[in-house]
Structure formats: C-alpha cells, structure tokens
Design a protein around this ligand. Structure first.
Ligand SMILES: Cc1cc2nc3c(=O)[nH]c(=O)nc-3n(C[C@H](O)[C@H](O)[C@H](O)COP(=O)(O)OP(=O)(O)OC[C@H]3O[C@@H](n4cnc5c(N)ncnc54)[C@H](O)[C@@H]3O)c2cc1C
Length: 596
C-alpha cells in the first residue's frame, strides 16, 4: 500500500515543481509530492512581478535583459544559461497568459509592466519597465494558474507528504522515501527520474522574508548522499523587510516611485547609485542601508530606515528626477492608485505595523530573502556533479533549490519567477524524455531503512536539548556573523558555534512520540537540514576571499576576477566538507566594474 511507482516524481509543488509536473505529465506518468498543500508554497508570496523584455510600454530588448542579469549577478552567473532564460522569457509570459493568468493590463489591453531594481535600458542606463505583474500578487496568480493546469492535466498529487530521503541505486536516482504527515507512515516512491523543486532555505537566518517551510530539505538530502552544492556563500538580503518581522515589502514599491529615507530625513540612495538611485540591485541597496545604520543615520539611531511611498513624496521626487510616463507626460500618483497597485503591501503594513503607507513612512531593514546557491544543474535541469558538468543519471532540480547558475552572486528582482517557469519546464521535459528511454532500475534493498533509522533516532532520543533553542541560536549566529557584511573573524566564530549546535542537536529531545501530524518531529528533522546547510554556507563564505554580489567581505572588499571568477562546489565526505571549483561560463560579456 505504501509503495508507489511513477516514471517521474517531482518533489515540491511551487512554481518550479508545478511547471515541471505539468510538462513531464504530458508524456510520462508523473506524480508531484509536496509537504505543503500546493497553493501554500512560497511562490504564492511573490509580489512584484516576473521579468521579460516584452517592451509593452517602452523599448526593451532581450539582449538588455541578458546583460542586466549578468551584471546583476556580479559576473558569476553562467552567461549561456542567462541568455537562454532571457530568450525564453517572452514566450513563457505569453504561455502563462494563455493558461489564464490575470496579468494587469495597459489601457490598450497589453500586459502591463513596471520598473524593478537593476533592469535598465542599456543605452540610457535608466530603469526600464520589464516586470509583468498581477497587482502585488504575481506569484499567487502563477501558483493558482499552474495548479489548475496540473489538475486539468490529471497530474497525480501527494499533498502533505514530506520527502526525507533520496534513493540511489547503481549510480542512478531511483526514487524518494516520504513521510505521510497525516499518519506518520513512510512511503516509497519508485521512479525513473526524480526532480527536486523544494525551494530555498532562508529560515536559517533570524530576520527573513521566507516561509516557515524554507528549511532547505532538498539541498540537505542531496548533500547527505555525497552530491555537491554550488555557490552556497551567496545569499541575498532584500533591502526592504518590515522592521524586525522581515516580511517583504516588494521592490515594486520603489519601482512605482517610493524612496528610502534615513534618520536625517535624507534620501540617501543617490549617494550610492547616482544613475538608478533607489532602483540599484539588491545587494547594493542592502549594503547602503546597512552603511547608513552603522554610521548612525538609522531612524532615531536605531537599526532601521524608512521607505516612503506617500503620494506627495513620490510626486516630488518624480519631478526632481524628471520621471515621465511612457507617453512623455509627467509621472504622478494618487493615494488611490497606490492602493490599487500595492494592495497587499498596504494591508501588511496596516495589520502588522499599524502604519498606513499612503500617509506614513514604513520602517524597514534588510531581510534574508533568496538562496542563490543550491543544487548544481545545467540549463536543462539535469543535476551536474563536477567541473565538467557531468549529469547524475535520473536526477533533476529546478527553482530556488537549484543553481543553474542564472543568478550568480546576486539575483535581480523578478528573475526568480522567470527561472521557475523556464527551468521548471525544461526539467520536466528532460526528465520525461529520459524516463521514456530507460527501464526502471531496481530499488535499493530495504529502501526505507536509512530514513526510518534517522526518524526513529529523533523520535526516541533521550537527550535534553530543545529544538527551538538550537534553532533560535543558529538563526541569530547566521544573521549576525554570516549576514550582509562578513569577516574572517566572525565567520570562524560562526562555524565553531554551528558545529557546537550540531553536536547539541544529536541530543535533541522530541516530546511528542505520536505519529499523526507530528510537527514537533518534523521541525526537528528540518532543523537538522538547516544546520547542515548553515555549516556549508559559512564554510563556503569563509573560503571565498573577495567581495562579489551578495557576498561582502570587509576584510576583502574588492571583487577579484583573477582568482575568484569560479563557482564553489562543496561535498560532504565522511562528515568533512570538501571544496572544489568549476569555471564560470563567459560568452561575450567580460567582467566590468558594476556602476549603477
Ligand atoms: C516574500 C517573497 C516575495 C518574492 N517576490 C518575488 C517576485 O516578485 N518576483 C520574483 O521573481 N521572485 C520573488 N520571490 C522569489 C520567488 O518567489 C521564489 O524564489 C520562488 O517562488 C521559489 O519557487 P520554488 O518553486 O522553487 O519553491 P516554492 O514555491 O517554495 O515551493 C517549494 C515546494 O517544495 C515543497 N517541499 C519542500 N521541501 C519538501 C520536502 N522535503 N518534501 C516534499 N515537498 C517539499 C513545498 O511543499 C513547496 O511545494 C519572492 C520570494 C519571497 C519569499
């Protein structure tokens, strides 16, 4: 009863998993398993938009999108993969539209587009409207649209099943073991191809915009199997999280004319990015905010600044910057228009802060947001295991858990939703093609044994350590010592402390020994994943002796292309982390100093 067989198994039902499931199911018997009910996946929280050089409101070119993404990645992104993604983008948006996605429209009925950080007209250097959006609920709409399509296409869903082990036999991925959350029963899913689409791991950090489910299960499972993780030192801090809570305020707020203000009431971004100002890439804006705070210019000397989208400010700044509408008329907004464009953000601020953004400024601080590193893949979603891009048979990954690498050292806003749709699709197509050309490999003997012993150990552990305490300490260490700014001294402390926490974790006590929806047990297992990844992040960050994108070392403040134009690969062998490298693919854009 607990044994299942499918040609393709997709682990994860966010944007990437649903897209993969949809495409694989067209030619192969496919199942999607997800620890969350699919429409609760974090993709549903994405606000601002999805990028494509449609040029609906002003001139735009695929080549500009490609170059902006390469520049945004601080030249660590693989240029062939970035070009592929940007070329596929317009078609991907039209496909979503044809599936029924309710994009916002221009008065002429075209898909509306807004500004977003780092997306520019390469000739003028000014921001360009490239982000397609459905109000500030773009991800929600993508998720709902794709889920409906999957149901229509009869994709098999196993909701609230959590994968806990990857099965490998004769050098091939042959399935997963999952726990059915409602019953605590283990299930074996035998497959010809397995696609991981498990999302990121921002919950490792104290202040984060990420959902509770962002515990890095997929990456941790593969690490335990001896497979490599790529560029894990690169984690993006989004400039505008709600103070203390970390809840995201979309960059679309600045796209629509909002500005950052310090404790002296000054707009400070022009000092750091004279051309695009508040719309510089996220790493640049996060560091600018941190610098203001550290130099005592936070609000009332505290560690936050303001984001101001009040119509009078937006209109005054637009006048100063000479900002115009696409038809050349003066850019102005009213309170009503702000409400219409940013309904969810306004709601968050009213509910969580008691602040009304139409009349008041929002207190914000940078928040841990996006996992640039992850499971190495090529542009077809095949998991690759070395510097020669050798694929691991039957294993695929897509979405935030994967590292293609299209985001390199820093992701541009709106490029992740695009990544999901483009690479989710190709992973699904490739996996199905592979599955249709091979026979089932046998399962390992006692496929559930490793997962069962891991869970039994947790369930019956007799130690005194508390999951919540260890988790809280890990988050604080990672946010404070391996955060926006990094130094060797801090990171050595972080590594030592994370290793101590791992030892304490071995003595963790789970008080609920039951089987039905045992969330305490699951949280304990997820903490194990986060601790594994926290160590990999800190070790990778300590090793990279330069500053690039989201990785900013105070002791090595410059980018060092001679030494460090390479991806980090980390594998775990006999409990030791081993580092190696793989080259960055450069096609036609030689690295330059980034100026915004
Ligand atoms: C608040 C917020 C706003 C954002 N806004 C934007 C934006 O405007 N534009 C943009 O481009 N990007 C945005 N992003 C980034 C983007 O939304 C995410 O990177 C993207 O949605 C991730 O999609 P995914 O399919 O990889 O993962 P998710 O959508 O998170 O899906 C992961 C899936 O994996 C499943 N899963 C995980 N572990 C297991 C397991 N062990 N077993 C079974 N299932 C498992 C989960 O149930 C879930 O279904 C935003 C992110 C956040 C947090």
């Amino acid at each position: 009863m607990n044994a299942h067989q499918f040609d393709v198994i997709v682990v994860g039902a966010g944007g990437a998993g649903l897209m993969a499931g949809l495409y694989a199911s067209r030619t192969a018997k496919t199942a999607v398993i997800s620890k969350l009910y699919p429409t609760r996946s974090h993709t549903g929280a994405a606000q601002g938009g999805i990028s494509a050089a449609l040029g609906n409101l002003e001139e735009d070119r695929i080549e500009w999108h490609t170059y902006d993404s390469i520049k945004g990645s601080d030249y660590l992104g693989d240029q062939d993969a970035i070009q592929f993604m940007c070329e596929e983008a317009p078609q991907a948006i039209l496909e979503l539209e044809h599936m029924g996605l309710p994009f916002d429209r221009t008065p002429e009925g075209r898909i509306s587009q807004r500004f977003f950080g780092g997306h520019t007209n390469n000739e003028t250097g000014k921001p360009v409207r490239r982000a397609c959006h459905a109000a500030d609920r773009t991800g929600h709409m993508i998720l709902q649209t794709l889920y409906q399509q999957c149901l229509k296409n009869k994709v098999n869903f196993f909701d609230e099943y959590q994968a806990i082990d990857l099965l490998i036999e004769n050098g091939r991925a042959v399935g997963v073991v999952a726990i059915e959350l409602a019953t605590g029963e283990l299930h074996t899913f035998h497959a010809k191809a397995v696609i991981f689409a498990t999302g990121g791991h921002g919950r490792i950090f104290e202040v984060t915009s990420n959902a509770y489910a962002y515990t890095g299960d997929g990456a941790a499972m593969l690490l335990r199997k001896g497979l490599p993780l790529e560029d894990m030192e690169f984690f993006q801090f989004h400039p505008t999280g709600i103070y203390k809570l970390g809840i995201l305020i979309t960059e679309g707020v600045r796209g629509d004319g909002g500005v950052l203000i310090n404790g002296k009431g000054e707009r400070f971004m022009p000092k750091y990015a004279p051309t695009v100002k508040d719309l510089a890439s996220r790493d640049v804006v996060s560091r600018a905010i941190y610098t203001e705070i550290r130099e005592g210019r936070g609000i009332n000397g505290s560690n936050y600044v303001y984001l101001d989208v009040r119509p009078e400010t937006v209109n005054r700044i637009a006048e100063l910057d000479g900002r115009t509408n696409p038809d050349g008329s003066k850019y102005t907004v009213t309170g009503e228009q702000i409400l219409q464009k940013l309904p969810d953000i306004i709601d968050f601020c009213r509910v969580y802060l008691g602040v009304d953004p139409v009349t008041q400024m929002m207190p914000i601080q940078p928040t841990a947001h996006y996992t640039m590193g992850g499971i190495p893949t090529n542009k077809y979603g095949e998991v690759v295991i070395d510097d020669k891009q050798t694929p691991f048979p039957g294993l695929y990954a897509a979405g935030e858990c994967a590292c293609v690498s299209v985001h390199g050292g820093n992701r541009l806003g709106t490029n992740s939703l695009l990544d999901l749709v483009v690479f989710g699709k190709h992973a699904g197509l490739r996996a199905a093609e592979y599955a249709n050309g091979v026979e089932f490999e046998s399962l390992p003997k006692q496929p559930e044994a490793a997962a069962r012993s891991q869970f039994d150990a947790l369930r019956h552990a007799t130690g005194k350590e508390n999951v919540y305490d260890i988790s809280t300490e890990m988050k604080k260490i990672m946010f404070d010592l391996v955060g926006i700014y990094r130094t060797e001294k801090d990171m050595l402390v972080a590594i030592e402390k994370v290793r101590e926490l791992k030892q304490r974790y071995a003595n963790v006590k789970v008080t609920d020994t039951g089987k039905i929806f045992n969330t305490e047990l699951i949280n304990a297992w997820e903490l194990g994943n986060m601790l594994e990844l926290a160590e990999v992040i800190a070790v990778s960050a300590l090793n990279r002796k330069e500053s690039r994108g989201g990785h900013s070392r105070e002791d090595y403040p410059n980018r060092d292309d001679k030494e460090w134009m390479k991806h980090t690969l980390v594998v775990k062998q006999a409990d030791e982390l081993k580092i190696s490298y793989k080259p960055v693919t450069v096609t036609k854009y030689q690295p330059k100093v980034r100026v915004y």
